[in-house]
Design a protein around this ligand. Structure first.
Ligand code: C2E
Ligand code: CA
Ligand code: CA
Ligand code: CA
Length: 278
């Protein structure tokens, strides 16, 4: 399973239930997984919408569980988030992603790497310090790291989150708002965030060719992003026609199964070498 990237997907996992006695067992297992090397980072490429040139890849974590096989992030990220383990998990993914990005760069590919960082981690003033240290250690220019955040970041402690985001921005790290359009944040807040990239949520992209309402949302997001001086990225692009339509709307970058599925780290350099731009 690890090779094909096939993931087990379940809608509701009783093991994650707060009142389930197995939850403690799973928590212990996850703690061990983080330190014991059971977490695996896959990468999904991202391309320039008009030229097809590869700009970078997004790190997507999986858990190679000794009994359950390769687990998708939605099976364990929620548990990590509610227990505080997410901070350690994020450190692991950041270090791995920067190490891998360095290897791609050494192989002649000047590409960026994007890491998903949960809202909770963005309340930690140590995060920018750690990121600075890791980019130095792996000799990756800070502007080749993209931190993907969701709109929920501004809900719990907006001032603290803004402080952390400003420090990351000051380091030169790029920030992206993930799943844009699915949260509740006000547009007034958006303009105060030091963000360079908006990622249109897959749910809008998937149906934009059949539904006028989805198309309208994608079109407005592209315009909004551009008016705020941001790059707009569409995720979940599964066919050539959708890519073409997004490109016609002025969307800057695309990501999705059509370009490439998330792949194991060991496949990335080969994939980058064989990919041809449009
Ligand atoms: P996301 O950041 O929105 O990542 C995109 C998800 O959509 C990934 O699922 C990816 O495999 C999937 N996807 C990409 N292209 C397509 C497509 O064309 N069609 C369809 N149907 N799906 C596509 P995945 O890997 O299961 O990750 C799910 C979520 O887990 C991510 O959503 C992200 O929110 C979270 N996640 C993943 N890795 C990390 C991590 O290291 N830290 C944190 N905090 N969250 C993570
Ligand atoms: Ca993401
Ligand atoms: Ca997303
Ligand atoms: Ca998501």
């Amino acid at each position: 399973a690890a090779k094909t990237g096939h993931l087990r997907q379940v809608a509701y996992d009783p093991r994650l239930d707060q009142h389930n006695p197995h939850r403690l067992g799973l928590l212990g297992q996850l703690r061990r997984a983080i330190t014991g090397g059971e977490l695996v980072v896959f990468y999904q490429p991202k391309a320039d919408a008009s030229s097809g040139a590869i700009l970078g890849a997004e790190a997507l974590v999986r858990w190679q569980h000794p009994e359950h096989g390769l687990l998708a992030p939605n099976e364990f990220i929620p548990l990590a988030e509610t227990t505080g383990l997410i901070r350690q998990l994020t450190s692991y993914v950041l270090a791995t992603a920067l190490r891998d990005c360095r290897a791609w760069r050494d192989a002649g590919h000047d590409v960026s790497v994007a890491v998903n960082v949960s809202a909770r981690c963005l309340l930690d003033l140590e995060l920018p310090v750690e990121i600075q240290r890791l980019t130095e250690e792996h000799e990756v220019p800070t502007d080749r790291l993209i931190v993907e955040i969701t709109e929920s970041v501004i809900m719990s402690d907006p001032n603290r989150a803004l402080e952390v985001l400003n420090r990351l921005h000051a380091l030169g790290v790029r920030l992206a708002i993930d799943d844009f359009g699915t949260g509740y944040s006000s547009l007034a807040y958006l303009k105060n965030l030091p963000v360079q990239e908006l990622k249109v949520d897959r749910s809008f992209v998937t149906h934009m060719r059949e539904r006028e309402s989805e198309l309208a949302i994608v079109r407005s997001t592209v315009d909004l992003g551009h008016n705020l001086g941001m790059h707009v990225v569409a995720e979940g692009v599964e066919d050539a026609a959708t890519w073409q339509e997004l490109s016609a709307l002025g969307c800057d970058e695309i990501q999705g199964y059509f370009l490439g599925r998330p792949m194991p780290a060991g496949d990335v350099i080969g994939w980058l070498g064989s990919h041809r731009a449009l």
